[in-house]
Structures are given as C-alpha cells and as structure tokens.
Design a protein around this ligand. Structure first.
Ligand SMILES: Cc1ncc(C[n+]2csc(CCOP(=O)(O)OP(=O)(O)O)c2C)c(N)n1
Ligand SMILES: CC(=O)[C@@H](O)[C@H](O)COP(=O)(O)O
Ligand SMILES: [Mg+2]
Length: 638
C-alpha cells in the first residue's frame, strides 16, 4: 500500500484497510471527509451523520471481517463511509439519485449491507436475529448493531436491548453518541448519556489508555487520576463503578465512553470487545459533522440537505413559494394564539414538520418525545381524553410505527387527536422506506377516522382550521413534501366534512382527484379539452368520509370515472370510490390512477410519477381510451 496521499483510491474493499497503520488510517479519514463532502454537496444527502462516524467506520472495518461478521446499521443515513469502504467509493456520486446508490443500506445493493433500514431503532432487534441465527448454526462470527443516541430513544431499540441482554447470546451494541438526533436529542436517556459523557474511561494497555484519556474532554485532574488508574489495570476494563450502570444493570458489559475520533483507541477497544462474551455495549462519543466546520457548527441543518457549496456549506435556494409544512405550521401557530388547548407533539422531527415554529411560541405546550411515534400517539390520546387538542405532526411514513396506537388508543375511543401527515405521497430521494404512500389505505379502514387531503397550501390552511375545530373523533390531514401550485380561488367553498368541490363540469368523463391528484386532474382535463373531450373535475377533499352524493352524481352523469391519488391504489382513495359506486349499483367503468402495489425506488418525484403513470398526460390518455369506447357507440372517436 503506497503511503502518503490518495490512500482512498487504493481502498476497494475492507481488506485493503488491514495493512494500514494508525497514521495511514488518520490520513485516510481526512481524505474520506473531503471526498464525502464533495460528493454530497452535488447530490444532497445526509452529510453530518456520516462525517461523525468516519473513524468509527474505519475501525470497525479494520477489526471485523464483514460480511462474515455482521454489522447492522440503525437508520443507515450515516453509512456513506461504510459504502465508500465496501467497494462503492466510485458510485458515491450517484447516492440517492434514481438508479444510483440508496441513501440507506439495502440488502440488494451490496453483500456488505447485511440488513436494510431507513426507519430508526431497528438495528438491535435485527442484530438479535442475526445472533440467534448464528447460534443455531453454530457460527462464531461477531454480530454488531450500530445505533445512534437518537435512535436509542425509540421503543423498539429498548425492546431489542431487553431481549439481547437477557438471552446470553454474544452481541455487541455500538452506541454512536453525538448528543444529536436531527435536532438536539431529548429525554431522560439523553440526559443519562450526557452524564456518562463526563465520566473518564479507564482501559488497559497503558499506551492506549493514555492515548484515549488524552483525547477525552476532561479536566487535567481526571486525566492524571485516569492515567494512574490505567497503570494498574492489566487485562480488563476498569470504569468508575457507576459508569454505564443503567446498561450494566440490564445485563450489558458497558465499555466507555470512548473518543469516537481516536481511531487507535477504537481499534484497541474493538479488538478486545471482539473476544468478549455476552451482550456488550460500547459507548462511543462522536461529533456530528466532525471535520467540516459548517457541519460541525450546525449539524441540525447539515443532518440532511439538498445541494450546497462544499467550501462554505451555502445551500442552493429552497423550493419557491409556500411549502405545505409552512402553511400548516403558520396556521397552527395562529390558532394557538387564541386556543391554549392546542398541544404540539413531534417524534424527533421538529424542523421537518414545522413544529419548531410552534415550539418557539409555546414551549410549554410543545413536546418532542424523541423517535417514539407510538408514545407520541398514545400520549396525544391521553391529552384528548382530557379535552385538550393534541396535534401530532408527523411524516406519513413514520406514522406507520404507531398503527395500533391509532386504532386501539385513538379511533376505538373516538378521541379527537389531530394528525398532520407531512410527506404524504412520493417523497423522492429517500426512496421506498420514506414514501408516505400507504397512509390513505392504512387509515381508510379504521372506523371513526376522518381523512382529508388539500389540493394546495391555501386549502391546507383551511383544512388545518377545520381539523382543529373538528372534535367528533380522530382526523388526519395528509399533504406532500414541498410546495404546490395555487388552485384555490376566493370563491372556493368552505371546508365541510365529507363534502367535495367541483372545479369544472363536462359530461364525457369524471376526473376525481384527491390532494396532489387534483392538480393532475385539472391538467389532464385541459389536455382532453384540446381534443374535444369534456371532463368534470372534482376535488374530493376527503378520502373518508367520501362525498357520496357528488361522486354518485358525476359518475351517473359522465358514465365513466378516473380517480387520481398520490398513494397506493390497493385500498386507497380510488378503492373507496369503487366501493361506493358498487354499493350503490352505479356500474360504470372506473380507472384508479395512483401508485402500484410495489415499493417505489428513490429519485426525483416528477420522474417517479412519470414511471408509475401519475401524470396528466397518462390520465388524459386513459380518459381518451375510456371515452373512445363510449364514442364508438354513436360518438366520433377521439
Ligand atoms: C421511525 C423513525 N422516525 C423518525 C426518523 C427520522 N430520523 C432520521 S435520522 C433521525 C435522527 C437519528 O438520530 P441518531 O440515531 O442519533 O443518529 P445521528 O443522525 O445522530 O447519527 C431521525 C429522527 C426515522 N428515520 N425513523
Ligand atoms: C434519515 C431520515 O429519516 C430523515 O433525515 C429524512 O431523510 C428527512 O426527510 P426530509 O428531507 O423529507 O425532511
Ligand atoms: Mg445522534
């Protein structure tokens, strides 16, 4: 291995790391940081999380032998270095691009991606599965879960720990503690971890111990004490008795805290941990965004972002116009000024949902419960039971985590929890784990649930006011990522439960859109008008309850229906319309335009919509085909 610069170009698999010494690893880390930042500046992505685990990833791939040893990543947004080191260095410029690398791990992308993710808190449970599979087949490999301090606030992580620490199997949990979730980490666990961060870690091998201790952010007195303690330790870790007690009491061997940027110490620790038996928790301290000043200084912004200048981090301009997120958040803030019953709840996504604005206005009525969607929903149910107005602002995809809470705690008890589902529909670069496309289907079958979807941001403002005033039971308002073309006019009718809005009349076909589907329907109607086909366009507004009167009327009058939704068609809005027509004996041809019964890849939303046929030209072509059949019986073909 040539030493000196450009080691990165010589790393084509983790095996290439084995001969490197500590100095070479340190310079490789710096090369990786530069390359990573350059690439992500052009594609956008999760910069700060990956910058924070450069040394940690190098040490893991240096000590362990993937894919024989199993490393399971939590979320996977911080695994760009892992991808670089496992044969995908040259593909990094394709990350999160259509047809390119996923922004998370994927079993089908690389043999080194032992398990996929995207949603948080899954790694320990999955690693437990790998560990027991190993035990059943008499394997000897190491099984590790790498989880962040934010992901550790998820109930699933604690469920996994509870089982892992009790089972007796050999499993290692690496806690990447950077004190950050997307925003600052929250909760009692975060407070406990910050106490542990203050504890020095003593460990053997005097040279390493001194190295580790020197790197720790401690006062000199503690360093002397720790260095003295290091002298007498021989072949075991000695940590202050109360360090890691929570984990120790659960049954983990707690090792830490360790400087997560000291690659020498990390290698030394993992070489020892590799030989340990039972459940081990290695507490690694890192800095999110490490090594790139603007990312270190503001890892909340540089957690995940679009294109930016690698020199100074300046981002390209955001989406033009008002975003759905802002329309919701601004309206909620307005309402909350005169209604102190409104409570804002987020599961670790204050910025993405817009609740950060509400938090500034009413810190006492704002709750970031951590990555704990199930708790968020049942917490809201308790508040609603006591006549407060809890608002759960959440990404559609992450609400999937709390399905039973929606059913069992909220809907079954008719509790008026207000759900605002951001990122409803295709989201783009995050891909299949993050598209919020199941919500219409998974919510529509829940009794007592009301589901509304605005055609633009002005209508979202109106729906937000409607939802806060609605108290007969749970209501979900879902809207897409980003902004929208304004379709609302001053004479648009007010929002009335279960009432649709007719946007234009035409007797040849009825185009019934929901949410983002309305704009597509209007554009398709314009295309159809150019070839003499007259379409009625309906803004459904509600997926549940449907506006039965309007839908039955337009179906009877036009004789054929196309429904359009940014969600899966199986069980979605269009299925609801189909059921309504069938139940009322209106047997007309119906085409459901939406997303197919398959997971959709990552890529720009317009391209993804083109691929699945969720576009105005596709709707118009379908309509011409359907009208054509009627035209044959007495109408001029179009
Ligand atoms: C179930 C779920 N809820 C929310 C998110 C959004 N999310 C992605 S990363 C992240 C923070 C993760 O924090 P941590 O585990 O500490 O990793 P770090 O970014 O600090 O490396 C959140 C909330 C998610 N991916 N999954
Ligand atoms: C990794 C993760 O789950 C979040 O960072 C998510 O990628 C944010 O999505 P938005 O970019 O739509 O806010
Ligand atoms: Mg973190």
């Amino acid at each position: 291995m040539e030493s000196g610069t450009n080691l990165l170009s010589q790393i084509n698999s983790p095996a290439d790391l084995k001969p490197l010494n500590v100095e070479q690893l340190r310079s490789l880390a710096e090369e990786i940081r530069v390359y990573l930042t350059e690439c992500v500046s052009k594609t956008g992505g999760h910069l700060a999380p990956s910058l924070g685990v450069v040394e940690l990833t190098l040490a893991l791939h240096k000590v362990y032998d993937l894919p024989k040893d199993k490393l399971i990543w939590d979320v996977g947004h911080q695994a760009y270095v892992h991808k670089i080191l496992t044969g995908r260095r040259d593909q990094l410029p394709t990350i999160r691009q259509h047809g390119g690398l996923s922004g998370f791990l994927r079993i089908d992308e690389s043999p080194y991606d032992l398990y996929g993710a995207g949603h948080a808190s899954t790694s320990i449970s999955a690693a437990m599965g790998f560990a027991k599979a190993r035990d059943f087949r008499g394997g000897k490999e190491s099984v590790l879960a790498l989880i962040g301090d934010g992901a550790l606030t998820g109930g699933l992580a604690l469920e996994g720990m509870n089982n892992a620490a009790d089972d007796g199997t050999n499993i290692t949990v690496i806690l990447n503690d950077n004190e950050m979730s997307i925003a600052e980490n929250v909760g009692a666990l975060a407070t406990y971890l910050s106490k542990l961060r203050m504890e020095p870690m003593y460990q053997f091998a005097e040279s390493t111990a001194k190295g580790v201790i020197k790197g720790l952010p401690l006062g000199s007195g503690l360093i002397t004490k720790a260095a003295r303690a290091a002298k007498h330790t021989a072949t075991h870790f000695a940590t202050p008795a109360h360090t890691g007690l929570l984990f120790e009491e659960m049954g983990f061997h707690y090792i830490g805290p360790i400087d997560g940027h000291n690659v020498e110490a990390l290698i030394d620790v993992f070489n020892h941990v590799k030989k340990m038996k039972g459940a081990v928790l290695v507490h690694v301290l890192t800095v999110k965004g490490k090594g790139i000043p603007y990312a270190e200084a503001d890892s909340r912004t540089y957690h995940g972002l679009s294109k930016f200048s690698p020199d100074d981090g300046k981002m390209e301009s955001k989406t033009v116009g008002v975003s759905y997120t802002s329309a919701f958040a601004d309206t909620l803030c307005d309402l909350s000024e005169t209604d102190d019953k409104i409570i804002g709840i987020t599961a670790a996504m204050p910025d993405g949902t817009g609740l950060n604005k509400f938090a500034k206005l009413h810190p006492e009525r704002y709750f970031d419960v951590g990555i704990a969607e199930q708790h968020a929903v049942t917490f809201a149910a308790g508040l609603a039971a006591e006549n407060f107005k809890p608002v759960v602002a959440i990404y559609s995809t992450f609400l999937q985590r709390a399905y039973d809470q929606i059913v069992h705690d909220v809907a079954l008890q008719h509790l008026p929890v207000r759900f605002f589902l951001d990122r409803g529909g295709l989201v783009g670069d995050d891909g299949g784990t993050h598209h919020g496309v199941l919500d219409l289907a998974y919510l529509r079958c829940v009794p007592n649930m009301v589901i509304a979807a605005p055609k633009d941001t002005d209508e979202l403002r109106a729906m937000t006011r409607f939802a806060l005033a609605y108290s007969a039971g749970p209501i979900a308002v879902r809207y897409p990522r980003g902004g929208a073309r304004q379709l609302t006019h001053e004479d648009s009718p007010e929002i009335i439960l279960g009432k649709a809005e007719i946007l234009q009349d035409g007797d040849d076909i009825a185009l019934i859109g929901l949410g983002a589907g309305v704009e597509i329907a209007l554009d398709a109607a314009a295309l159809l008008a150019d070839c003499g086909v007259r379409a009625t366009v309906v803004n459904a507004r509600f997926c549940k309850p449907l506006d039965a009167e309007t839908i039955l009327d337009v179906a009877r009058r036009c004789g054929r229906v196309i429904t359009i939704e940014d969600g899966v068609t199986p069980g979605g809005f269009g299925s609801g319309v189909l059921e309504l027509l069938a139940d009322n004996g209106v047997m007309v041809p119906v085409a459901r335009i939406g997303l197919p019964d398959e997971f959709i890849e990552h890529g720009p939303v317009p391209l993804l919509r083109e691929i699945v046929g969720l576009t105005a030209p596709a709707v118009a072509a379908k309509a011409r085909e359907m009208v054509g059949t009627r035209r044959e019986s007495g109408y001029a073909a179009v």
